[in-house]
Design a protein around this ligand. Structure first.
Ligand code: HEC
Ligand code: HEC
Ligand code: HEC
Ligand code: HEC
Length: 231
């Protein structure tokens, strides 16, 4: 009985560990990464990697069209969130902050937990499930269920990166990992989710086993934070 329990625990551990490694990304491209949905039941275009997020032609993309996002291009194909968030605020914040824009809006369309993962273009069959991110893993809901529609507990997003307003910020010519300069990773001059994360887990850009981060935050202690902040 004891042997059986230990065996079971060892198995659970192995499954647990491989699950974590997979969830964090391999830094080897999108296939097999957390954003490889090609085999998910909720993916109404099973077998396709990119379709959940991008569509080659405008197939009635009404779901993905919302003021301020269509101009972003990127052939966006996933329904966006309608949530109006309580914004990050602090007495020392210098950069302008407003409702999420640009690529952050794209991430939040899945990650804020209000939109079904399978809600995408009209050439897809109707979403077969109502699976939302918290059904996959509650820990990936951003903002978390506890924070609800408030972004006050998450690093400022859609905030202007301006070293002339905040002398504690590095010059935008500095780089983040091997992804490029800070300037090239801003979107509309702002820090977005994709400034820190590489959604595609691209080879050479995302660091393996680090939540798809563009720079490890542990290889050099808080290396990602120090890529932007002079502290
Ligand atoms: C189509 C929906 C969708 C979009 C759009 C999306 N994600 Fe995800 N993301 C998910 C799901 C679902 C998971 C969990 C996958 C799993 O573990 O099975 C996930 C996982 C992640 C993880 C991995 C967490 C970990 O601990 O390894 C990160 C980080 C992440 N997403 C960030 C982003 C960012 C940043 C964007 C935008 C640039 C984005 N996502 C856009 C659905 C999405
Ligand atoms: C989970 C959603 C998601 C999936 C799946 C996804 N992308 Fe993206 N993609 C994004 C987001 C969000 C952006 C904008 C942020 C950025 O550039 O990192 C983007 C940007 C891009 C860009 C423009 C910027 C760049 O990196 O060159 C290209 C090209 C692109 N994706 C191609 C693809 C292809 C090809 C696939 C499939 C093999 C794919 N994407 C799968 C979410 C996704
Ligand atoms: C300033 C950089 C930065 C920005 C901007 C950022 N993240 Fe993260 N994110 C991180 C770091 C660092 C971690 C790892 C946290 C840890 O190890 O506890 C992380 C972790 C995550 C995770 C894994 C679960 C968790 O909470 O630890 C998800 C999912 C995620 N981010 C999604 C997002 C989304 C969606 C956005 C935009 C709304 C975003 N991130 C914006 C730095 C950032
Ligand atoms: C891509 C660059 C970038 C990265 C990486 C980054 N930050 Fe930031 N961070 C900013 C910007 C820009 C602001 C807004 C600064 C301002 O205008 O006051 C900010 C604001 C903050 C604030 C709020 C400051 C205030 O006055 O309210 C804290 C705290 C913070 N960052 C901590 C971190 C930590 C911790 C990390 C690593 C997990 C990190 N940052 C990673 C760019 C970055």
């Amino acid at each position: 009985m004891k042997k059986l329990t230990l065996g079971f625990m060892a198995m659970a551990l192995v499954i647990g560990i491989s699950g974590i490694a997979m969830a964090n990304g391999l830094g080897a491209g999108i296939t097999g990464s957390p954003h490889d949905f090609s085999a998910e039941l909720w993916n109404t275009r099973t077998g396709e990697l990119c379709r959940v997020c991008h569509v080659p032609h405008d197939h009635n993309r009404t779901l993905a069209i919302q003021t301020g996002i269509e101009t972003n291009g990127l052939l966006w194909n996933h329904k966006l969130s309608d949530v109006s968030y309580t914004l990050y605020a602090s007495p020392t914040l210098n950069g302008a902050i407003a409702q999420p824009t640009g690529t952050a809006k794209m991430c939040l369309g899945c990650h804020d937990g209000t939109v079904a993962l399978g809600a995408m273009d009209s050439k897809a069959v109707a979403p077969s499930t109502t699976t939302v991110i918290q059904d996959v893993d509650a820990g990936y809901q951003t903002p978390s269920a506890a924070m609800g529609v408030s972004l006050q507990g998450t690093h400022p997003i859609s905030v202007t990166y301006d070293p002339t307003l905040d002398a504690g910020l590095k010059a935008t010519t500095e780089t983040i990992g091997t992804s490029g300069t800070i300037a090239s990773l801003l979107d509309g001059g702002k820090v977005q989710c994709s400034t820190c994360h590489d959604v595609h887990d691209s080879v050479g850009e995302a660091v393996a086993n680090t939540h798809l981060l563009r720079q490890s935050n542990t290889a050099t202690a808080s290396g990602l934070c120090l890529a932007c902040h002079i502290k």
